[in-house]
Design a protein around this ligand. Structure first.
Ligand code: ZN
Length: 439
C-alpha cells in the first residue's frame, strides 16, 4: 500500500516527555516570590530565558498606561510575626503567600486585637494559606492557616515586614517567533503570582516550552509570546504596541493549564473569531471539555477584549479559575499540577496552531458526481488509511464541500470531524490531483 503520512506536514512532533519538561520548568518557577513588579519577575524571566530568548522590557514607575499608572516597584526581604515567648508564628521564608503581596514595610509590637485585622485566613479551608494582594491601596498584612490563627493566644506580637516600595520599573518579557507573514498569534500568560503552581507557573512553563518547540517550525503566522504581570502588564504592553495590535489575527491567554480538570475555553468578546472556532473544533473532540462565553471577568483577556481593542483573544485553562477550592491558596502547589495534564494542554495548543497554520479552501476539480476513488487507489483509503488519520468520511466530506466556499475549518464544523482528519484527507486528495488551491 502506498505510504501516506498524514502527519507529514510541518507540525511540531510531540516528544513523549513534553509534559514532564513543562512540569520541571514550573517546578523551578514555583518558589520565586513574584508580584506585578520587582525582582521576582526578573528572576522568573531569567529562568524562562533558559528555554527561549526573551526580550526584556523595563517600564519606569509613574508611566501612564491608559487610565492606569505603573506603580512603585515592590521587593521584599523578609517578614515574620513573633510571639511574646519568642516563638515564630508565621515566616515569609516558609511560604511567600504568608505576606499580603505589595505590603508596605512595617515594624512594631502589637496586641493580638490590633494585629487581627491585618491577618487573612480561610475559615472554610482552615489548613490553607490564602493569597492576597494590595497593589493599589497602601496596606500591610499576613495570610495564614485559620487553624494557626486559632492557636494564637492574646498578648503582644512582634511584627516585622522588611519590604521596599520605591521608584523602579515594571518588567515584562516577550519573544517573537517570526513567520512568513507579519500577521500575529498572541500567546499571553501572567507572571505576577507568587508560589501558586497552576495559577500560573503552569501557564508560564507551558508557553516557554511551546515557544521553544516552535523555533524549529516554519510558520505562516508570527507568534508573539508575552510574559507580563496581570492587568497592569497587559495594559502596559497594549499601550506600547497600540500601533501594531491590528496585526493580531489570533490570541490566547493561558492560566491554570496543569490541573486534572477538563480543558476549558472562554471565547473572545467577538465570539465568532477564528480562534473561537478553532478552539471549539479542537476541544469538541476532547472528553469533558467546556466552552464558555466571554464575560468581562477573568485574566488579561479583559484588557485585550476591552472595547477600544476588541482583539480576537480567548482564554484557555483547565479547571475554571475561581471555581476550584485550591484556587488562590497554598493548596495550589506542585502536587496540584500533573505532567500528563500539562501534556494534554500542550497538545491542545499544538492542535490549535495546526488549525491556524493549515486552514485553506480547496476546490474540487471533479465536482460532477463523486470521482471514482477506486481507480485512483483511494478506495483503499476508505479503510486502509485510517491508521494515518484519514477516514472515508473525511475524504467524502472534503470532496463534497470543496466548492470553493468552505475552508477546512468550516468543513470540520459542518461535518463534526476533527480538523486534522480533514486536513490529512485534503492533502491526500490534492496529491491525487482532485483538489485545486493550496495553503
Ligand atoms: Zn490568579
Amino acid at each position: 500500500m502506498e505510504h501516506v503520512d498524514a502527519a507529514g506536514t510541518d507540525s511540531t512532533p510531540l516528544d513523549a516527555s513534553i509534559g514532564q519538561e513543562v512540569y520541571d520548568l514550573a517546578e523551578r518557577l514555583f518558589p520565586i516570590c513574584r508580584s506585578i513588579t520587582g525582582d521576582g519577575v526578573r528572576q522568573t524571566l531569567d529562568v524562562l530565558s533558559g528555554h527561549v530568548n526573551l526580550q526584556r522590557h523595563e517600564v519606569p514607575t509613574g508611566t501612564q498606561v491608559f487610565d492606569w499608572t505603573v506603580p512603585k516597584e515592590w521587593n521584599i526581604q523578609s517578614a515574620r510575626i513573633t510571639a511574646a515567648d519568642g516563638r515564630t508564628v508565621v515566616d515569609f521564608a516558609d511560604s511567600n503567600l504568608h505576606v499580603v503581596n505589595y505590603s508596605v514595610p512595617f515594624k512594631g509590637i502589637l496586641p493580638l486585637s490590633e494585629l487581627r485585622p491585618h491577618i487573612h485566613t480561610l475559615p472554610d479551608q482552615p489548613k490553607a494559606i490564602p493569597y492576597r494582594t494590595s497593589y493599589y491601596a497602601p496596606a500591610w498584612g499576613f495570610c495564614m492557616a485559620h487553624d494557626r490563627l486559632m492557636e494564637m493566644p492574646d498578648g503582644l506580637y512582634q511584627v516585622e515586614i522588611d519590604a521596599e516600595l520605591k521608584d523602579g520599573s515594571l518588567t515584562y518579557g516577550e519573544y517573537l517567533h517570526r513567520g512568513k507573514t507579519e500577521r500575529e498569534f498572541l500567546l499571553s500568560a501572567h507572571i505576577c503570582h507568587p508560589s501558586l503552581a497552576n495559577d500560573n507557573c503552569s501557564g508560564l512553563a507551558l508557553l516557554a516550552t511551546l515557544a521553544k518547540a516552535l523555533m524549529t517550525r516554519t510558520t505562516k503566522y508570527s507568534y508573539r509570546f508575552l510574559f507580563a504581570p496581570g492587568t497592569i502588564g497587559a495594559l502596559t504592553w497594549l499601550s506600547r504596541n497600540e500601533d501594531r495590535v491590528h496585526l493580531i489575527d489570533h490570541g490566547l491567554v493561558l492560566s491554570c493549564v496543569g490541573d486534572a480538570g477538563c480543558p476549558a475555553y472562554k471565547r473572545s468578546r467577538r465570539g465568532d473569531a477564528f480562534i473561537d472556532r478553532a478552539m471549539a473544533n479542537v476541544l469538541g473532540h476532547e472528553d469533558g471539555a467546556k466552552l464558555i462565553d466571554f464575560s468581562p471577568y477573568g485574566y488579561d483577556e479583559r484588557q485585550y477584549c476591552s472595547p477600544g481593542f476588541n482583539l480576537p483573544v480567548g482564554m484557555f485553562q483547565r479547571s475554571v479559575h475561581g471555581t476550584f477550592p485550591e484556587y488562590h491558596t497554598s493548596a495550589d502547589n506542585l502536587d496540584f499540577i500533573k505532567p500528563d495534564c500539562l501534556e494534554s494542554s500542550f497538545r491542545i495548543l499544538n492542535d490549535v496552531i495546526d488549525v491556524v497554520e493549515e486552514d485553506w479552501t480547496p476546490l474540487n476539480l471533479c465536482p460532477k458526481g463523486e470521482p471514482q476513488l477506486g481507480r485512483r487507489g483511494l478506495y483503499a483509503a476508505l479503510g486502509g488509511y485510517k491508521s494515518f488519520g484519514i477516514t472515508s468520511m473525511s475524504l467524502l466530506w472534503v470532496l463534497n464541500l470543496a466548492d470553493g466556499q468552505h475552508s477546512l475549518l468550516s468543513m470540520a464544523e459542518r461535518s463534526g470531524l476533527p480538523f486534522k482528519e480533514l486536513a490529512a484527507a485534503a492533502r491526500l486528495l490534492s496529491e491525487h490531483g482532485l483538489l485545486a488551491g493550496s495553503l
